[in-house]
Structure formats: C-alpha cells, structure tokens
Design a binder for this molecule. Structure first.
Ligand SMILES: [Zn+2]
Ligand SMILES: [Zn+2]
Length: 92
C-alpha cells in the first residue's frame, strides 16, 4: 500500500537535516547541542539492511560524533560489519 504523502522523495541531505531539526539539534544520547559538538544523524535500524527506510525520518536519531562513534563501535563488537567502518562513519 502506498503511503499518503505528497512529498517527493527526499535525499540523504534532506533526511539528515530533518532528523536534526526534529531532535532540536541535540544529541539524543548525551544532550549536547550543535554549539558544543558536531552532530550526526544515525539510522536506528541499519540502512544497509533496510534500504526502504533509509530516508525515513522516524528511523533517524541525532547523535553527536562521539556518541555516534560509540554506537557503531558497540554494534561492531560481533565483527560482522568490520569492513563497513569507514563507509558507515563517513556517511551515516
Ligand atoms: Zn552525544
Ligand atoms: Zn550511524
């Protein structure tokens, strides 16, 4: 079923901005804001597994670069996505 949304498809840049705006430019893990630290938009569910929700704002969360790094480091403990390190931190 197609969802009723008049919006045209958004780009990754749009997605990132919308996530940050929704979270008021504040890290959802430690509470720092964009004046204090660089912020990233992180995918709650990994976008490489769920490409259809890659640009879904509800699947995004604002994290500062430190918390973001931490988040991914934990996720990689099982070693499954080691090769994605650079790509994931670079874009997501
Ligand atoms: Zn943080
Ligand atoms: Zn991320």
């Amino acid at each position: 079923m197609p969802r009723k949304r008049p919006e045209k498809p958004i780009t990754y840049i749009d997605w990132r901005r919308r996530v940050l705006e929704r979270d008021l430019f504040t890290c959802q893990a430690c509470g720092k804001n964009h004046h204090q630290i660089e912020l990233n938009a992180h995918h709650v569910k990994p976008s490489y597994k769920f490409s259809e929700i890659r640009l879904d704002v509800s699947n995004g969360i604002t994290l500062c670069k430190d918390c973001h790094k931490e988040k991914h480091r934990k996720g990689w403990k099982n070693g499954a996505q080691q090769n994605d390190t650079t790509r994931v931190l670079g874009r997501y």
